[in-house]
Design a protein around this ligand. Sequence first.
Ligand SMILES: CC(C)(COP(=O)(O)OP(=O)(O)OC[C@H]1O[C@@H](n2cnc3c(N)ncnc32)[C@H](O)[C@@H]1OP(=O)(O)O)[C@@H](O)C(=O)NCCC(=O)NCCS
Length: 183
Amino acid sequence: MFFKAPPHRNLFTERLRLRAPSFLDVSDVFEFCSDPASSKYADWYPHNFKSDTRDFLAWLKRKSSDKSYTWVIEHREDEKVIGTISIVDADYSGKIFTVGYTLSKIYQHNGYATEALKALTDYLFGELFAERVQAKVIPENEASCRLLERVGFKKEGTLKKGAFCKTECVDVFIYALTNKLKS
Ligand SMILES: CC(C)(COP(=O)(O)OP(=O)(O)OC[C@H]1O[C@@H](n2cnc3c(N)ncnc32)[C@H](O)[C@@H]1OP(=O)(O)O)[C@@H](O)C(=O)NCCC(=O)NCCS
């Protein structure tokens, strides 16, 4: 039922396990992917049916590689899947990563996304020798801006028409964390 050996390893924090998605996660993932708040600032639409979530998980599996990869965020205590965190893109050098994340609304404001994003950046810098980890954020998405700033990302400016959001290209803030040892 689990995806075949992922190109990236599972990551552990005090309260969370970041692991490969499984088709057994459909119900948990549907819970937050069917919530319009989860995709308000994203390029995807809320899932209407569990079959949409199953298709989504199958799509994640197909595009899973060292360049693009999604972990589900599992709460270690009860094994509930409460979100996802992704390498949205890795450039050809393997040194520059773009990341993204979604956390179920009912689990927000507990520091889980902070914990997950710290684990991902530690992994990217510490084990994959990243030199830059970046994220694009729609300016209205204040929770995401705060999260990035809490983890140490710096806002570098605005990318005009820098991301596609459902029907159009929109301006986005670009945030980045760089490997200080290399600069
Ligand atoms: C972006 C998103 C993941 C942020 O979630 P979040 O719950 O705000 O982030 P965290 O889980 O790290 O929780 C941090 C909040 O909990 C509070 N908190 C409580 N306990 C905490 C702890 N132990 N550690 C850190 N923060 C804690 C913080 O003060 C913070 O609140 P604040 O932002 O009001 O100051 C969430 O809003 C989301 O999933 N949005 C929809 C999808 C989305 O927009 N993704 C990003 C696209 S760019």
